[in-house]
Design a protein around this ligand. Structure first.
Ligand code: ADP
Ligand code: MG
Length: 616
């Protein structure tokens, strides 16, 4: 006979041991290193700290340390703090309705303690000495008095050391550091009065103390460049909420949402609905797919906000989401339109328009034309959710091509079976007829007409040439007459460090120059016609986006350089240039499409024209 309940058929329902519960909870609360940072720093804010220092090593898998000068924990409470659902912040349900603190679930410390090695040294103001506690995998190893300043220092090392599956699941180091840095920025923005520093792998990423104790200067420091302090102030006060914050001018927009921070009752949250409200507020001033940088604080009666939706508290439920969306939308719209110079000339579409999806002339055209903003798929869903219908039909990328031409050329504009070769140009078998709209180059070969898109074709050519050059050592660069110092935002700096090997091979010569500044002394020859500083930032931004879309680092760098270096729609080419471009395209491995998948070349045969003209 055995006593094993599963064998005897008797199923004992027993409470799980606390250590196991904590480990399970850790799976929810502590998704990744960035979540540890957030929980710890929020505890420091809740403890009334006026300064917080964060240290991260090896994207958090080796060390995450948070040091504060807050109220500390008394000796008799230290162990309690690490036990489940122990919190000093709420005691009954009403408190939950009026929540103003970050923490309240009492889950963070026990969860972290159960999946890492934690050492905490803490001291309250009225105690002579501090207390040190060491916890490993949920087991208290040691509690003893320790000399310490008032406040709390916590070191979390070897995160997930006892949950190998989770440790393995940590994404690439670069992904985790990006999340960490973004959380550090959000935390620093959420409480400008609290001095905040952030170090990663021994280097200071940012330190915000004197001179950075207001939101405006923090946004400037973290999200704008040193020589640009233009910000649009956003304000609104209604029955249901209060809005405050700053957003960038449209020319500072990025092609991703990483620079846009939204807070509800000081808590950094992720909400596509609110992002939509912000971008929609800019109207046609913001090309689609662009997002301003900045920080918006929504103050809403805590009774109307449920933060207890998800253990990480990054999602919130609003009882009047639609009204909140509308108030924010109108606030942004009003402020943007009242701010002088927002739409001043000098905004170059080149920096704003995403060249990988639309051409410059198209962007200019769209920006001039009135159209309801932001018809991305995500915002469609949101519009539908909020209003029960979509305002506008999505414009799919396919609609950019003349459907008629695609139809008559059979396989969606594919290239002939007996393909043209570069030799056809050498031997004069191809005649350049001219260009249409400074974008489409038209050639004749025998009875066929070939049309190439000068931008996508050039992109394809540069892409392949650069990829080959990188694999065989490097690309030609063009030295700058005067090297330029460029100050990067913390997240961009981290990205630069990761990509530097490939940037170098692609022809950029950039070296770190103290703090978050880099010195740029050469650019890829293909980019030498344009402003080097702008090009460098644009390339970093592209890499960020392409990485997000799953592209590997090497290809992301090359793709960006190719796209940025390619002739644009609107550039006028000479006959010689047009023929050279076609020749290089014909020598490419893939002549049919650009690296983003848009067609480069299209053929129309005489037969197809005969059909069109009803001769057949
Ligand atoms: P919660 O923040 O939800 O209350 P935690 O597990 O994060 O739960 O923390 C448990 C308790 O430990 C807190 O309620 C607080 O009393 C105490 N505590 C945690 N971190 C700090 C800190 N940095 N300074 C002072 N007290 C802290
Ligand atoms: Mg907490």
């Amino acid at each position: 006979m055995t006593n094993d309940p599963s064998r005897t058929g008797k199923r004992w329902i027993r409470p799980l041991p606390e250590r196991l519960i904590n480990k399970i909870a850790a799976g929810e609360v502590i998704e990744r290193p960035a979540a540890v940072l957030k929980e710890l720093a929020e505890n420091s804010f809740d403890a009334g700290a006026t300064r917080i220092d964060v240290i991260v090593e090896k994207s958090g898998s080796k060390l995450i340390s948070v040091i504060d000068n807050g109220c500390g924990i008394s000796v008799e409470q230290v162990e309690v703090a690490f036990s489940r659902h122990a919190t000093s912040k709420i005691s009954d349900f009403d408190d939950l309705e009026n929540l103003r603190s970050f923490g309240f679930r009492g889950e963070a410390l026990p969860s972290i303690g159960s999946v890492a090695k934690v050492r905490m040294v803490t001291r309250t103001a009225d105690a002579d000495a501090g207390t040190e506690i060491v916890i490993e995998g949920g087991v208290v190893q040691n509690v003893k008095p320790a000399a310490a300043p008032v406040g709390t220092k916590i070191e979390v090392s070897d995160l997930f050391f006892n949950t190998p599956a989770r440790r393995k699941f940590l994404r690439a180091e670069s992904t985790e550091s990006r999340h960490l840095t973004r959380n550090a920025m959000a935390l620093a923005l959420s409480e400008p009065k609290v001095a905040f520093s952030y170090r990663m792998n021994g280097r200071r990423v940012f330190a915000l103390d004197e001179g950075y104790s207001d939101l405006r200067s923090r946004i400037k420091k973290l999200l704008l460049s040193h020589n640009d302090d233009r910000l649009i102030k956003i304000e609104a006060d209604t029955d249901i909420m209060n809005v405050a914050g700053f957003l960038s001018y449209p020319d500072r927009a990025r092609q991703n949402q990483y620079g846009l921070f939204i807070f509800i009752n000081n808590r950094y949250i992720k909400s596509q609905t609110m992002v939509h409200a912000v971008t929609a507020g800019y109207g046609e001033m913001l090309p689609r797919g662009n997002y301003p940088v900045g920080a918006i604080f929504l103050n809403i009666d805590p009774a109307r906000v449920d933060v207890n939706v998800h253990p990480t508290k990054a999602e919130v439920r609003l009882s009047e989401e639609r009204q909140v969306h509308d108030v924010l939308y109108h606030a942004v719209k009003r402020s943007v339109h009242q701010t002088s110079g927002v739409n001043a000339p000098g905004i170059t579409m080149e920096t704003m328009a995403p060249p990988q999806t639309i051409s410059r002339s198209e962007a200019i055209h769209r920006a001039r034309e009135f159209e309801p903003p932001h018809q991305t798929e995500a915002s469609q869903t949101i519009l539908k959710k909020l209003y029960g219908h979509e305002d506008v039909m999505p414009v799919t990328s396919d609609e950019r091509y003349d459907p008629e031409i695609s139809k008559i050329s059979g396989a969606g504009g594919s290239v002939p079976e007996a393909p043209l070769t570069a030799d056809d140009i050498e031997f004069g078998r191809i005649v350049y007829l001219g260009s249409l709209a400074d974008l489409y180059l038209i050639f004749k070969s025998g009875d066929h007409v070939f049309i190439i898109d000068q931008h996508t074709a050039h992109e394809r050519v540069l892409y392949e040439e650069h990829l080959k050059a990188i694999d065989s050592g490097g690309t030609a660069s063009q030295n700058l007459l005067f090297p330029i110092n460029i100050e990067l935002s913390p997240d961009r700096f981290v990205l630069y460090e990761e990509s530097n090997d490939f940037l170098k091979k692609a022809g950029f010569v950039v070296e770190p120059f103290g703090n978050l500044t880099v010195i740029l002394s050469a650019v890829p020859a293909a980019l030498s016609r344009k402003s080097p500083e702008k090009m460098f930032s644009a390339v970093l931004e592209d890499i960020e986006n392409l990485r997000k879309a799953g592209q590997n680092l090497k290809k992301a760098v090359v793709q960006s350089v190719a796209c940025r270096g390619a002739v644009m729609a609107g550039d006028r080419l000479t006959e010689q240039e047009a023929l050279t471009l076609l020749k290089r395209l014909l020598m490419a491995d893939n002549r049919h499409s650009c690296p983003h998948g848009r067609p480069t070349i299209l053929k129309i045969t005489k037969d197809e024209l005969d059909v069109k003209f009803k001769r057949k």
